[in-house]
Design a binder for this molecule. Structure first.
Ligand SMILES: Nc1ncnc2c1ncn2[C@@H]1O[C@H](COP(=O)(O)OP(=O)(O)OP(=O)(O)O)[C@@H](O)[C@H]1O
Length: 263
């Protein structure tokens, strides 16, 4: 479904990604992990065309992603959330989701501003769908609350609802559990499983190792911008290189436990 081949990205003298290749298969939950600064967000930004790589290609459903505008990426079926929540803080929850939906409508954002007859009808349908999505992520009762007044965990779920409003085939989540407590994380896990069960492929960056290892079908481990390991969670957890990267040199020899906690 998504194919990255030989991606490299440099910031000045810093090689943030070097020769990164991987494939995400349709229907899987694919994890992206690595210590701080490993290049995870940079990789997300390259995949979603916020950054242009110096070399390498990425394709989604056979179509090139590199160099496309954000709305083109969304129209292809790739949606994302951000590590630092990017909601319209002054707008209500429902309005935030409706904005996500507009890229899928004929009238588009301009039509929504001008409010022609056709767009008014569309608007009613969009609002109904936005309510469904808020219910889907579990914050239907917050529809009219201003986004910035929502508890942190609800803001993260609102971001997911907004991304889902673009009807993605692949949903990329950048640290969705960051700042969540244990019970919020359990609910998040159920939500991600539900999203996958409904046919959406998931790419997940996450520091919460328990969540990653429990949820993902396969995991890609980055370190210093390079692929350190890839495979099923159980294999990756046993990989001495991964254990060293997380716990420090020497740890692999006596590690009986999985790398855990904050990376
Ligand atoms: N826009 C930028 N300009 C310069 N350097 C950058 C930029 N974005 C990222 N970097 C650097 O690239 C490296 C990879 O950063 P990146 O944010 O991709 O890592 P990460 O794995 O997502 O880290 P974290 O887990 O802390 O979010 C880091 O050394 C970072 O400082």
């Amino acid at each position: 479904m998504l194919q990255a081949q030989g991606l490299s990205k440099r910031f000045g003298g810093l090689q943030a990604l070097s020769d990164v290749s991987f494939q995400i298969r349709q229907g899987e939950i694919y994890g992206l992990i690595g210590p701080n600064g490993a290049g995870k967000t940079t990789l997300f930004n390259v995949l979603t065309s916020l950054y242009i790589p110096e070399s390498g290609t990425c394709t989604f459903g056979g179509q090139a992603l590199t160099g496309r505008k954000p709305h083109e990426i969304a129209a292809l079926g790739l949606a994302r959330t951000f590590q630092n929540i990017r909601l319209f803080g002054n707008l209500s929850a429902i309005e935030n989701v409706m904005i996500g939906r507009h890229i899928r409508t004929r009238g588009g954002v301009l039509g929504a501003v001008l409010r022609t007859g056709a767009t008014r009808r569309e608007e009613t349908a969009i609002e109904a769908r936005a309510h469904e999505l808020l219910d889907y992520v579990g914050i239907g009762h917050r529809a009219n609350d201003v986004a910035r007044s929502l508890p942190y965990g609800d803001q993260r779920r609102l971001e997911i609802a907004r991304a889902l409003a673009t009807e993605p085939k692949l949903l990329a989540l950048d640290e969705p559990a960051a700042g969540m407590n244990a019970s919020e994380t359990v609910v998040l896990r159920q939500l991600i499983e539900k999203i996958r069960a409904d046919g959406i492929t998931v790419l997940l960056i996450e520091h919460d190792m328990k969540l990653v290892m429990g949820l993902c079908d396969r995991v890609l481990v980055l370190e210093y911008g390079k692929v350190l390991a890839e495979g099923r969670p159980a294999e990756v957890q046993r990989n001495p290189k991964v254990i060293e990267a997380y716990l420090g040199a020497g740890a692999a020899h006596d590690a009986q436990t999985v790398p855990g906690g904050e990376a």
